[in-house]
Design a protein around this ligand. Structure first.
Ligand SMILES: [Zn+2]
Length: 425
């Protein structure tokens, strides 16, 4: 902040409580927040998705009973409440608001770890700040009918879809080459619109036996590790999706912007930790899913797959038809939330959920099994992809006509993250 800005800000603050003092109080709360998240992580190894704050805070973390953590959480709620009357600048209110929403989700997660049951919809609010709309099964059936019309023939729609899709599956030995080409394009397109730090980079690892398809592990200092799961063969369309979702301008860029603009520039250390089951995941997954539509139009994506990725993978096929079908299949994302909801709320068992995915989301059996394992572990987390993407699209496009304006608004959203309820337009 420049000298004159500081003066202006201080004039706007109450005499008794200066801007600096309030920032200090929020800094202290950020430390409390990080330490509690790290302590919760001792009870669930998936909870801390990324941390690149002070090393000693991580080293000093020790195992504490959940009841003790719950007490610390309640004390923190009091501290947060005590701050609200004093905050004198929008920037401080925003920072407080982010910390408060994140903090409340920790309480909900501690409840969960202690066996308190919440319904799927209640959990979506408590962990992700997201109020879910009623899902319509009628719409779902209409989508299946439309897909059916595009893939005539004998047998079930799931079989026909998977037979049709088989010609677009990338052989395992070509996966690395195809993924690299997709990443290169995503990086180039993103750099045309955003100034990324010079030393930003990520490495790619190929792994097995995971419930997810790919994962970005942010390491700090503008570096990520991206893992690609080889359990399920992936269709050609997944490569641009994953390159943009995990890399540019998805998770990798989201994380580095927070590190650059909030952690390093402002010393807002709360952004140096990422609790997975918390409101930040809504924007994180939503923006990562939206990322592909920013770097390429549908036509450009098809052209790149046809001219570059398909030859690299040694594949041939009617890509235009494939993408017409895929556009409809994507709409089944909300049905997947519904299946996870039925499973979480114990309306169906795992075998029934698998069957629902096979018949209603057109998954082959092995992929349905993998998804059910993902739902069992993550429950309402799944809404962050589909509902989050639609929320990001609506927010970005509400005040952007051109592609350049969309990029600018997208970058501003990632640089100063909003919670789900703040994104409502
Ligand atoms: Zn993701």
């Amino acid at each position: 902040m420049s000298h004159s800005d500081t003066e202006q800000v201080e004039q706007g603050c109450a005499k008794s409580s200066s801007y600096e003092a309030q920032q200090q109080a929020l800094n202290r709360f950020a430390e409390r927040y990080i330490k509690l998240v790290l302590a919760v992580g001792q009870h669930d190894c998936y909870y801390v998705d990324a941390y690149y704050g002070p090393e000693e805070w991580q080293k000093d973390t020790y195992w504490q009973p959940l009841a003790e953590l719950q007490l610390q959480h309640q004390q923190g709620c009091e501290v947060l409440r005590g701050m609200t009357d004093e905050l004198c600048e929008p920037e401080l209110v925003e920072r407080h608001n982010f910390l408060q929403t994140q903090w409340l989700s920790i309480g909900a997660y501690l409840d969960f770890l202690q066996g308190k049951q919440r319904s799927f919809n209640e959990e979506a609010v408590a962990l992700y700040d997201c109020q879910l709309a009623e899902y319509s099964l009628l719409e779902h059936r209409q989508v299946l009918t439309e897909i059916d019309a595009l893939l005539p023939g004998e047998g079930s729609l799931t079989d026909r879809y998977n037979q049709f899709k088989a010609q677009f599956i990338v052989p395992k030995d070509k996966a690395a080459e195809v993924f690299l080409a997709a990443v290169e394009l995503a990086r180039m397109r993103t750099k045309q619109h955003m100034a990324l730090p010079e030393n930003e980079s990520f490495e790619i690892e190929y792994v097995n036996d995971k419930v997810w398809t790919a994962y970005n592990w942010y390491r700090g200092d503008f570096h990520s590790l991206i893992q690609l799961n080889q359990d399920q063969p992936l269709g050609i369309e997944r490569y641009l999706e994953l390159a943009s979702h995990e890399g540019y301008p998805g998770h990798h860029v989201f994380n580095l912007l927070q590190e650059q603009k909030l952690v390093k520039a402002k010393q807002w250390l709360e952004y140096a930790i990422y609790p997975l089951y918390s409101p930040i995941s809504y924007l994180s997954e939503g923006s990562a899913n939206y990322a592909l539509s920013l770097i390429l139009t549908d036509e450009e994506a098809i052209a790149f797959e046809r001219d570059v990725l398909m030859p690299l993978a040694g594949l041939e096929g009617d890509l235009a038809l494939f993408h017409r079908v895929l556009k409809l299949v994507k709409k089944l994302g909300y049905y997947e939330n519904y299946v996870s909801q039925c499973l979480t709320d114990k309306l169906v068992d795992a075998a029934t959920a698998e069957k629902m995915l096979i018949e209603g989301a057109l998954y082959p059996e092995s992929r349905a099994k993998q998804r059910v394992l993902f739902y069992e572990r993550n429950r309402s987390y799944v809404i962050n992809y589909s509902v989050g993407e639609d929320a990001v699209a609506t927010w970005v496009e509400a005040e952007a006509q051109t592609q350049a304006q969309k990029w600018a608004r997208f970058e501003s959203l990632l640089s100063r993250p909003l919670n789900a309820s703040d994104m409502l337009i």
